[in-house]
Design a binder for this molecule. Structure first.
Ligand code: PMP
Length: 778
């Protein structure tokens, strides 16, 4: 019944008399029709216009009261929105009840006018479409705090009423179209409707049609939103779905236009969770509903189809256009327009084909030969959460490799810090703002001694480059001492200090390589496990080598994990011996903490674990959990001396977003005690890995501290002959079993285990079990 009731039809003279008596407004009245209401435009002698609406007798007082209250609430919250003012009667009330001819009563209310004309079905440039979305989002923000007990009423045009309205579709005359729409309504009821209950909901306008959104000017701009007759409590995304369906008909590519509407909405009120994925289904269902209800009205209404005919054709065309795009393509287009992250499912195509396609595109477009892990089974990462990385079809993989997501993949505290700050401000350090100073303070507090002066850059390489420049400037010398397998970064100066892959070709006269401590026999004169003192002679040799080439040492740069040297255990006293000899030769000591910093080794800094304090500390990778951020920390004296000689500046270094991310990482590290956890879980993991050595001859040694461990694989324990192929095989077998580890060392025979610090014992167990199985089979 509530579908087809006829609208009221009061005589204009009668309405005019009531208007004058109750509202004190007199003027000429014109009946302008309407869907359910009788609408009359009133124009006073002074030229002011009003709209008088007369509702059907079955409309409840509560629902109308709710609509008017919503209007007033939104207008009050956002006066610039262009919402029609509700004009009170002389007695201050907003509704006037009039006994209806056939029993019950009609309810009258009067609105002021909003400038502009309906956006209609003419040209709608993308900017206008986005403004439609943005206006509806703005309206929803204004309505967010609104409550009324009648907001939950049943409403004809509510998409959630589709099961009740299914019979309307039976009145669609064209049999093919009827069956299609019935199928879609049923599918919607079965698969989409149950998901709506979990979405955020509030009071929404729910009727953003091309008739209800007003515009003016050239180029056109939105001036207001009218017709609050469908206001209801429902899923927020329904607001957008209606706007996408009902403001884009008649355009060339209506779904693309609808995506623009979504983009405007999303910019003001970001979509969440499942909302984007449901938009196409919701918008299509709205159109199916429009077609069904109009078809049914055309059949059952006494006055016939009338002007509804053209609307029905327009909705049908629009429905056909959306339907033709299809769910997958529709979502792809929406994703591109909104810049949504890659979804978990790869759609119809199979996971491996999709990954292979990406690898092909990567080879074509990016630097040829750019390293790819697991070339036999490339990993297509789509989502991350804590210790887990998910591939394209959502299969979880335990991430024991990545140290950039230091406090866990996509940690919500860090993600929120980044997202919120990008919405508030991101600029450079030539202005004054708080977060860069708070972060610098927090870093300085964590450093020993005089290490308290901070400069920010964007990566570990940049931090090392800056540290190197500082050392050269401070010492007036140009020589460097680095370990034989060192890696420190990509700038030209730092690549020279990174002999890790240079083999015999390496020749920079200003760079001397020292034997890494405790390394594989081939690299260390005197073999493994030497006492620190044995390295003294090697260091002296390196300093003499520099002197012979005409260089005094500006610095030694040491990665405190000795990662690219093979994740080595330096004997006690090694680092302090090195630092003492370099200082005696006039050089500075740089601790490259890009890998070791922020608690990974169970101590705040790796150099603390190695028992020596540097003059300069460099930070990178884990600092901001994936947001680019590097830092150099040194003594105020060294910093000042550098500042006097240069006018160094980094545009992005220390920007507000990076610093907020860095601060959030420190918050999590401290509040969750992750440094202590790294020591504890790392100790447990190392024990379990070492125990595997009793059963697997391939394990030559287990090295490292905290959550930076290396498992060296050899062909024979006696000779310690490296087993790089077996190492690659084990890493691949583990990847196939859902556990990600890396490969490290000059002989590519060390499994690199370096998980986020949220790694727990249970994760460690999964890793060890996977390694156990991989070794067994390999
Ligand atoms: N130092 C060390 C010890 C590193 O391991 C790395 C990166 N692997 C860097 C510096 C360079 O960092 P980035 O790649 O962020 O420039």
């Amino acid at each position: 019944m509530f579908v087809h009731s006829a609208r009221p039809n009061l005589a204009v003279e009668r309405v005019a008399a009531i208007l004058e008596a109750e509202w004190g407004i007199s003027g000429s009245l014109v009946d302008v029709g309407g869907d359910r209401d009788q609408n009359l435009v009133v124009t006073t002698a002074a030229g002011t216009s009003y709209l008088l609406k007369i509702g059907q007798p079955d409309e409840t007082h509560g629902v109308l009261d709710m609509q008017l209250a919503a209007l007033r609430h939104a207008a009050h919250q956002d006066p610039g929105l262009g919402i029609p003012p509700v004009i009170p009667k002389c007695n201050g009330e907003y509704l006037h009840a009039l006994p209806a001819d056939a029993g019950g009563r009609w309810l009258l209310r009067v609105f002021g006018y909003v400038a502009g004309k309906p956006i209609g079905t003419g040209p709608r440039p993308p900017a206008l479409l986005r403004e439609i979305g943005s206006t509806m989002a703005r309206l929803d923000r204004a309505l967010a705090g609104f409550f009324h007990p009648d907001a939950g009423h049943d409403l004809l045009w509510d998409i959630r009423q589709i099961p009740a309205l299914r019979p309307c579709a039976l009145d669609i005359v064209d049999g093919g179209q009827r069956d299609r729409i019935l199928r879609i309504l049923d599918e919607f009821t079965e698969t989409v409707l149950p998901r709506l209950g979990g979405l955020r909901s509030q009071v929404i306008h729910a009727d953003a049609t091309f008739e209800n959104i007003l515009m003016a000017g050239d180029p056109p701009a939105i001036t207001g939103v009218i017709d609050f007759g469908d206001v209801m409590h429902g899923p927020l995304v329904q607001e957008l779905a209606v706007a996408m369906a009902d403001t884009t008909s008649g355009l060339d590519m209506p779904w693309q236009a609808a995506c623009e509407v979504a983009a405007g909405f999303d910019e003001r009120l970001p979509l969440e969770g499942d909302e984007p994925a449901l938009l196409w289904d919701l918008a299509r269902a709205r159109l199916a509903l429009n077609v069904s209800v109009l078809a049914s009205r055309a059949v059952h209404r006494a006055e016939g189809a009338g002007s509804m005919e053209s609307d029905m054709i327009a909705y049908q065309d629009q429905f056909d256009a959306f339907d033709a795009v299809g769910r997958n393509r529709a979502f792809r287009e929406l994703r591109r327009t909104l810049r949504l992250p890659e979804p978990l499912t790869v759609g119809e195509s199979d996971k491996e084909t999709e990954t292979a396609r990406l690898v092909e595109r990567r080879d074509e477009r990016l630097m040829p030969g750019l390293a790819l892990f697991y070339p036999e089974a490339p990993f297509h990462a789509v989502r991350g959460e804590g210790m887990w990385l998910f591939d394209a079809d959502g299969t979880p993989h335990l991430d024991c490799y990545n140290n950039v997501p230091h406090v866990g993949h996509c940690h919500p505290h860090v993600s929120n810090a980044v997202a919120r700050q990008t919405r508030a401000l991101n600029t450079n350090t030539r202005y004054v703002y708080d977060s860069v100073l708070e972060y610098a303070d927090r870093l300085a507090e964590r450093c020993p001694g005089e290490l308290s002066s901070v400069m920010f850059v964007n990566s570990g390489s940049e931090a090392n480059d800056l540290a190197w420049r500082m050392a050269c400037a401070w010492t007036g010398q140009g020589g460097a001492l680095v370990t034989a397998g060192a890696y420190h970064g990509i700038t030209e100066a730092i690549a020279a200090l990174s002999p890790y892959d240079a083999g015999r070709e390496f020749h920079y006269p200003h760079v001397a390589r020292i034997a890494p401590p405790g390394g594989a026999p081939a690299l260390v004169p005197g073999g493994n496990d030497s006492e620190a003192g044995e390295y003294g002679a090697d260091i002296d040799r390196a300093i003499a080598e520099l002197a012979a080439a005409g260089y005094g040492p500006a610095a030694t740069m040491i990665d405190s994990t000795l990662a690219s040297d093979g994740i080595l255990d330096a004997p006690a006293g090694w680092l302090s011996t090195l630092f003492a000899r370099v200082r005696a030769a006039g050089g500075l000591c740089i601790a490259d903490e890009v890998q070791a910093g922020f608690g990974r080794l169970g101590t705040e800094w790796g150099f603390e674990a190695l028992g020596a304090i540097p003059d300069i500390v460099t930070l990178g990778k884990p600092a901001a959990n994936g947001y680019p951020l590097g830092a150099v920390i040194t003594t105020p004296t060294i910093m000042k001396a550098f500042a006097e000689r240069t006018d160094f500046f980094s545009t992005f270094g220390g920007n507000p977003v990076a610093c907020n991310a860095g601060l959030a990482v420190l918050d999590v590290l401290d509040r969750d005690g992750l440094r202590a956890a790294a020591a504890e879980v790392g100790g447990y993991l190392k024990e379990r890995l070492s125990a595997l050595g009793t059963r697997h001859e391939a394990i030559g040694e287990v090295r490292g501290r905290g959550l930076f461990l290396g498992v060296e694989l050899v062909t024979d324990r006696g000779s310690r002959e490296p087993a790089p192929e077996a190492t690659a095989g084990v890493a691949l077998a583990m990847r196939r079993a859902g556990v990600l580890v890396g490969i490290e060392g000059p002989h590519a025979n060390v499994l690199k285990i370096r998980p986020p610090l949220v790694c727990e014992r249970a994760h460690a167990d999964l890793l060890v079990d996977a390694l156990d199985r991989a070794l067994g089979s390999g």
